[in-house]
Design a protein around this ligand. Structure first.
Ligand SMILES: [Zn+2]
Length: 276
């Protein structure tokens, strides 16, 4: 499932080539990805000019003339692929939407399982929705003190807390597990049990992990592709996620797996003791 680094990778790759382009034609191949009638969606997008391409949480946000926004959530298997003017388009097996751009290029939304969502929103509607998301972990305005204060309000296991988009935006299971390992915190510990020092270490670990993953252009376990159609490069650098039974790279203990809120959590029993 694409998380913050994967979505950021796509946003960064698209923002340059798309800025200033005009949407000339809209081809909807899978109307079930939309939240409005196909005809209305097509009319609403045609002739709009694309401004910035950004990210909020796990959402790609295209600002369009009008003004309006195109907000795309990649769901589990969504891909946004871009082909420049005279380039061969990246391989798309399950195209759901094609935007033909002027002066050139095609943006393709491809999604095998179709849990993704493509919405056209007013800036006001999106602002209201965005307010309900938690802060961005990479936003320097999020202080360690504020982070610990947020953690202290909840007895939820910290791994599950990190996945709650209303508490912190953009983090999913891969990077939550990686950051907890780096910070030496057991995934099942109640969020509010973290000391101010541990909360500070966790925020630092999250930021380092996310920044490294963005530099490597995200993690591909199976489905994620960059806008150019390539897999992300961070997979080989995962230290704990999916490593059950492997040797901990720090202490040599065997990595264990447990289930929290129906999702796997991976941890080293020695580096991440249950009680601090
Ligand atoms: Zn260890």
């Amino acid at each position: 499932v694409p998380e913050l680094p994967e979505v950021e990778t796509v946003a960064r790759a698209l923002s340059g080539p798309l800025a200033g382009s005009r949407i000339e034609a809209v081809e909807v191949l899978r109307p079930d990805l939309l939240t409005e009638p196909e005809e209305k969606f097509r009319r609403g997008l045609t002739s709009r000019r694309i401004g910035e391409v950004g990210r909020r949480g796990k959402n790609l946000v295209f600002s369009l003339s009008g003004p309006q926004l195109l907000v795309i959530n990649l769901g589990m298997t969504g891909r946004l692929l871009f082909a420049g003017k005279n380039a061969e388009p990246p391989r798309s097996t399950h195209p759901g939407l094609r935007l033909h751009l002027h002066p050139g290029g095609t943006l393709i939304y491809d999604d095998i399982r179709r849990f993704g969502r493509i919405r056209r929103l007013s800036p006001r509607a999106w602002a209201l929705e965005s307010e309900r998301l938690g802060p961005e972990p990479l936003d320097p305005a999020l202080s360690a003190v504020a982070f610990q204060e947020r953690l202290s309000r909840s007895r939820t296991p910290v791994r599950s807390w990190l996945l709650d988009q209303s508490r912190l935006a953009g983090v999913g299971n891969i990077y939550a597990n990686e950051a907890l390992f780096r910070a030496g915190i057991h995934p099942a510990r109640p969020a509010r049990s973290l000391s101010p020092g541990e909360a500070g270490n966790l925020l630092k670990a999250l930021r380092e992990t996310l920044a490294e993953a963005i530099r490597a252009r995200g993690t591909t376990l199976r489905d994620f592709r960059t806008a150019e159609g390539d897999p992300g490069g961070y997979g080989p650098f995962l230290r704990i996620y999916g490593q059950e039974g492997s040797v901990c790279p720090v202490c040599g203990s065997l990595v264990e797996r447990m289930v929290l809120s129906k999702r796997s959590a991976f941890f080293c029993p020695r580096c991440q003791p249950k009680v601090s």
